[in-house]
Design a protein around this ligand. Structure first.
Ligand code: PMP
Length: 281
């Protein structure tokens, strides 16, 4: 295990020394939320947007934010290196309670943990990946970035065991929601489509950046529900997230997507996205 410096409850210390109690509600119940924030050349990417999502996650689980945005910025910036692509993982749990009881403890200090890792370019970003559809077995709080990720883990694992990079989740009405750890885009009849924000999806920051780029570059797009059947006939499918960026899907449910190669709309969007990242340094 790499012994980098991490942040835990007010202290910077080596990862190997960062320890929490087994009575922490994050450990016992998954009672916490998290954020993943990319940083390019020592600068946190879309920091305010990530803070807004963090605040929203915290308020949804009725946990007061332990820090102001300025404090968060200071805490997290300390962990960054000045160069390269990195990401911050931060987690806030409801803290250590004296006994294991589902209901909130009367008094508990939230546990705050943060660490920085290098973004390793995702294998398959240029060539494309395989994906499968699976029933979305998650709950009604998918807009909350909760550490309670068991359903997502089981779904992603099922995909991996079938040689796929991601599971595309389908709700009870037959509409796709998102990936197990990503948002989804499709190109249908020349239009870029992604499902609208709702409690069925995590509002991805990458998703918003892509829509912004589409708007600025006159790429036709819509936020609209996508039926699984429509996705199967899409000319392009992409999966997006902060650490993987924009991944083209070239095989979906064992069938080639178009000619089985990353499509022209992806080529264009990926170029614009990379240029935007470059422009920040
Ligand atoms: N949906 C889910 C379920 C996720 O876990 C993630 C992040 N890995 C995303 C969407 C993408 O969000 P972002 O672009 O902010 O990384």
């Amino acid at each position: 295990m790499e012994n980098k410096t991490v942040y835990l409850n007010g202290q910077y210390l080596p990862l190997s020394e960062a320890k929490i109690s087994v009575m922490d509600r994050g450990f016992l119940f998954g009672d916490g939320i998290y954020e993943v924030i990319p940083a390019y050349h020592g600068q946190l990417f879309r920091f305010q947007e990530h803070m807004e999502r963090l605040e929203n996650s915290l308020s949804n689980i009725r946990l007061p934010n332990p820090h102001s945005r300025e404090q968060w910025l200071k805490i997290l910036t300390e962990l960054l290196s000045p160069s390269g692509d990195q990401y911050i993982y931060l987690q806030v749990t409801r803290g250590v309670a004296p006994k294991r009881d589902h209901a909130f403890p009367e008094k508990a200090e939230p546990t705050v943990f943060a660490m920085c890792s290098n973004i390793v370019p995702f294998e398959g970003r240029e060539t494309g990946v395989k994906a499968i559809s699976l029933d979305d077995s998650r709950w009604e709080l998918c807009h909350v970035k909760a550490t309670t990720l068991l359903a997502n883990i089981l779904l992603r694992q099922q995909a991996v065991e079938q040689g796929c990079a991601e599971a595309v989740l389908v709700n009870k009405d037959g509409y796709v929601t998102e990936g197990a750890a990503s948002n989804i885009f499709a190109v249908i009849d020349g239009i870029l489509i992604t499902p609208p924000k709702s409690c069925e999806i995590l509002p991805g920051i990458t998703r918003d950046v892509i829509l912004e780029i589409a708007q600025q570059n006159n790429i036709p797009f819509r936020e609209e529900i996508i039926a699984l059947e429509a996705l199967k006939n899409a000319s392009e499918i992409w999966l997006t997230s902060s650490t993987r960026e924009i991944i083209p899907v070239v095989e979906f449910d064992s069938h080639k997507v178009a000619d089985g190669r990353p499509g022209p709309v992806w080529q264009n969007m990926n170029r614009l996205f990379q240029a935007y990242k470059q422009s920040l340094s």
